[in-house]
Every structure is written in structure tokens, then in C-alpha cells.
Design a protein around this ligand. Structure first.
Ligand SMILES: C[S@@+](CC[C@H](N)C(=O)[O-])C[C@H]1O[C@@H](n2cnc3c(N)ncnc32)[C@H](O)[C@@H]1O
Length: 466
């Protein structure tokens, strides 16, 4: 029981599940313990490092029985780096585990006991999948072999803002590492400082690299506290001489003492600040601040699943809520009569409109605002011409309850819910089921982020009554 557990106590635990953070979950009597790095099926000894009212955190002190799903991490800085959380688990078992987690949320939070969850769709080659990499720059960093190094760039170490340097990060394209090293060498030789967030001093904060999968275009963005032209011009020349796929080099100004990576102002040192990416028959223009799914190959898998579940004939009116840069709606537009998107971030709506024009699409409309507010205006302005399909793709916190309530009143026959958080998905599905008589027809998890705990899910819902 809780009272009996003490900090630093060693306990023996059978790991029976995995949390949303990728921690092994087990119990000591009735008390839940989360242990980083432990896998379901393992029996371990854990040292308790933090004890809360209802649960505790432990770290592994000894394996009594290891899982056959355990594997050696491929990255030498895996123990430090906050970029991945499941490299100690085989890819096949990660996919199984993601399916189980979605199923578990539907049962536990949603109360859906008999909905079959389809096996999570993984990648053939789960490496180099990130099309966007944002590396923090630090004057020191933890390096390979856990040694302190000089000027560094990389992901932050877990639960800290200490930069971790990796020579090769296998979840991002190889060119991102080469560009990172080129920038660091140039900074060192020109005595350019890294930004220090504790003192709010220094020049370079982040290096961002975006690489299109289907065109090979590369964008480099240096996020800095001021526009040092001499540095940026020299660096741009070196980058262009070294990497022929670079289509644009941008300085992003971020002068604020904030955790937000990008500022709003960009200065273009080469190119027009954009690259092109293809998805199916469409071409998207991506700028430094554009929202675009991070894994292009799995984005197509996800959107094709949405397309399949939508089953459009060309006659339907589709609403795409939380639409980002409009990519889902644009992907479906040639099979629909009309697509209307709602998105709260104005720049994303600008991107959606640009992408509409670039792809010669004429049957879409995008609205800036909160989905929970705009939906009612939309219902009024369309004179009760109701949509045939509504797609929602909210952020991790899920849909606003007012939006769910409007969806239930609207009685659209078909809904597709795209989710990046199985817990809020299950909560919202329960609401739609109880208040709107929506029945779950299909649940398809898709792995957008191999080697991490994240899982995306597409759910098809239909109304029981007309
Ligand atoms: C998970 S993203 C989905 C983007 C897009 N569907 C895609 O596939 O790229 C969620 C989007 O919802 C937007 N958002 C967050 N809260 C919102 C709200 N209350 N109303 C409308 N959009 C919102 C975010 O800005 C973000 O673009």
C-alpha cells in the first residue's frame, strides 16, 4: 500500500502495460509504479525515485526477467536524448503495443468493450522519416559517450534543456546531420555564440532543416536573436557550396525570452523561403512557419485511410475541422462537391489558400477561427445545407465540448476522427456515442513517429439514426 512505499526503496514489479509516455506500468500491491525503460512482460527490480499520492516513478535497478521484445537501441545517445523513447523495443512490438494502447483507451475511458482495433500500420523502413528537424544549439552539450563537448546542436536531454549531440540521428535525414555539423564548424571558426536561455544572451538558438521526401528540396533555417548579415551571408555561401539540394536559406528572428522555437519574422538569404513537397497528385509549398505533417510517407498512408473511409462520390459536402494547412481537405477535394476547412492559426489558413491556388483547386473554402465557434456560424451561413461528412483532426487535448455538442445536433451521417492522443479520442468518442448516437465503425492506428510512444488513429463513425 502507498504508506509503506518510500523514496529509494527497491521494489519488485511485474510490468503489465505501457503508459502514454512509454513507461512500463506495474503495481506494488495496489499502488501503480511507472518505470522508464521497462517493457510489458518483464519482471524487474526498480528503485522508487518519486512517490505521489496515487502512483510512483521508478528506475530499473535490475532485470529479473527480460522481455523477448527488448532490443539494443541503435543510437549511442539513446539513454540521454529526449528525441526517442522506444528504441529499447523491437519495431514489431512497438506497433503491437500502439494497437493495444488505443484498444485500452477505448475500453477504459470510452467504455467501448467490443470495438476491434485494426493493427497499427507501420513503416517498411522506420528510419530517416522526419521531414522537419529542429535542433537546439548550445554552448555545451552532452555528447556521444556522455561526455561534455563544446558548441553543440541536437535534441534536448530528457526532462532538461541540455543539448545532446549525436553524430548521426537515424530518425532524421542524413543531410540534416551534415548541415548541423557545417553550421557548428562555421560558428566555431567565426566565434559565433549559441543562445543561452538562462541569461537570454547569444546569437544562434536553433537550426531547422526541412527536407521534402518526394522532391529532395532542402530548406535551412537559422533561428537567431539578431540578423547578423556577415555571419548569415558567409554561412549561406558555405551551405550552398556543400549541398546542392538546398533551395532556400532563411534567418528566423526570435528575440524573445521564450521556449517557442520560431519568431514571426524571416529574412531570406537564398531562395524565396519555400520548398515544394508532393503528396499524391498535389504539390504543397512549405515555408519555415508552415504546419505540415512531419512524416510524409505515413501522412500519405493516413490520408489514404481517411479517403477510403470517406468513400466520396463527387457529390458530397465535406467539412475539415482543425484543418491546419488544409492538407486533408485538399487531398479529398477532387472527390467531393465542396470542402470547407476551419483552422485557428491564420498563417496555416494562408498556407491552405496558397496550396489551393497552386493546385488549381476550385471547390474549397477556408475559415480562420476556432472550430467550436465557427461551426455555428457556418451552419447559419450555409442555410442549413448540412455536410455529408465531417472530419475532425484536433490537437492532443481533443475536441472542445461545444464542438462535440454542435456535431451531435448537426446529425451528419458520417464523421471521421483523426487523433494524435488515444485518451482524448476515447473521451470524445464516448461523448459522440452517448449524445449523438454515433457508432464506431472502424479504428485504424497509424505509426507516424516510429521509436517514440506517439500513435495516430483514424476512426470512422456513423450515426445510428437518420
Ligand atoms: C493535429 S493538427 C491537424 C492539422 C491538419 N489536419 C493536418 O493533417 O496537417 C491540429 C490543428 O488544429 C488547430 N487548432 C487548434 N485548436 C483549434 C481550434 N479550437 N479550432 C480550430 N483549429 C484549432 C491547430 O492550429 C492545428 O493546425
Amino acid at each position: 500500500m502507498a504508506e509503506k512505499l518510500n523514496k529509494n526503496q527497491i521494489v519488485e514489479i511485474d510490468i503489465t502495460g505501457m503508459s502514454h509516455q512509454g513507461f512500463g506500468v506495474g503495481k506494488v500491491d495496489d499502488f501503480v509504479v511507472f518505470t522508464e525503460g521497462a517493457l510489458p512482460g518483464e519482471r524487474i527490480k526498480a528503485r522508487l525515485v518519486s512517490i505521489k499520492k496515487d502512483y510512483a516513478y521508478g528506475i530499473i535497478s535490475e532485470y529479473i526477467e527480460k522481455s523477448p521484445d527488448r532490443r539494443d537501441p541503435f543510437c549511442p545517445v539513446y539513454d540521454l536524448c529526449g528525441g526517442c523513447s522506444l528504441q529499447h523495443m523491437s519495431y514489431e512490438s512497438q506497433l503491437k503495443n500502439k494497437t493495444v494502447r488505443v484498444d485500452d483507451c477505448l475500453k477504459r475511458i470510452g467504455g467501448f468493450t467490443d470495438i476491434p482495433v485494426l493493427p497499427c500500420i507501420g513503416m517498411q523502413e522506420p528510419y530517416e522519416y522526419r521531414n522537419k528537424v529542429q535542433l537546439a544549439v548550445g554552448s555545451t552539450g552532452l555528447g556521444e559517450g556522455n561526455k561534455q563537448r563544446g558548441l553543440s546542436a541536437g535534441f534536448y536531454a530528457r526532462r532538461t534543456h541540455q543539448v545532446v549531440y549525436a553524430q548521426q540521428c537515424r530518425i532524421q535525414p542524413g543531410i540534416a546531420d551534415q548541415i548541423k555539423d557545417t553550421v557548428l564548424i562555421y560558428m566555431k571558426s567565426n566565434k559565433i555564440s549559441a543562445y543561452d536561455e538562462t541569461k537570454n544572451k547569444g546569437l544562434v538558438r536553433h537550426i531547422m532543416v526541412r527536407k521534402s521526401v518526394n522532391t529532395d528540396d532542402v530548406m535551412v533555417v537559422i533561428v537567431a536573436t539578431e540578423n547578423n548579415r556577415v555571419f548569415m551571408k558567409g554561412l549561406t555561401d558555405i551551405l550552398l557550396a556543400s549541398f546542392q539540394d538546398i533551395k532556400t536559406v532563411v534567418l528566423n528572428l526570435n528575440t524573445k525570452a521564450t521556449n517557442v522555437i520560431m519568431g514571426n519574422e524571416c529574412v531570406y538569404y537564398y531562395g524565396d523561403g519555400s520548398i515544394q513537397e508532393k503528396l499524391g497528385d498535389l504539390t504543397f509549398r512549405i515555408t519555415p512557419l508552415s504546419f505540415f505533417q512531419v512524416n510524409t510517407l505515413q501522412m500519405k498512408v493516413l490520408y489514404d485511410k481517411v479517403k477510403e473511409y470517406a468513400g466520396l462520390t463527387g457529390e458530397e459536402i465535406v467539412w475539415d475541422l482543425y484543418c491546419g494547412a488544409g492538407t486533408i481537405g485538399l487531398y479529398l477535394a477532387d472527390q467531393a462537391k465542396k470542402v470547407i476547412g476551419i483552422e485557428s492559426v491564420p498563417q496555416a489558413v494562408e498556407n491552405a489558400k496558397e496550396n489551393t491556388i497552386q493546385n488549381n483547386i476550385r471547390n474549397t473554402e477556408f475559415i480562420t477561427g476556432k472550430a467550436e465557434d465557427e461551426i455555428n456560424q457556418l451552419i447559419q451561413s450555409t442555410n442549413n445545407i448540412h455536410p455529408d461528412l465531417i472530419i475532425v483532426d484536433p490537437p492532443r487535448k481533443g475536441c472542445h465540448e461545444r464542438l462535440l455538442s454542435s456535431l451531435c445536433e448537426l446529425r451528419t451521417q458520417k464523421l471521421i476522427y483523426v487523433s494524435c492522443n488515444p485518451s482524448t479520442l476515447a473521451r470524445d468518442l464516448k461523448y459522440l456515442n452517448e449524445h449523438g448516437k454515433y457508432e464506431i465503425k472502424k479504428v485504424q492506428p497509424v505509426d507516424m513517429f516510429p521509436w517514440t510512444e506517439h500513435v495516430e488513429t483514424v476512426v470512422l463513425l456513423k450515426r445510428l439514426e437518420k
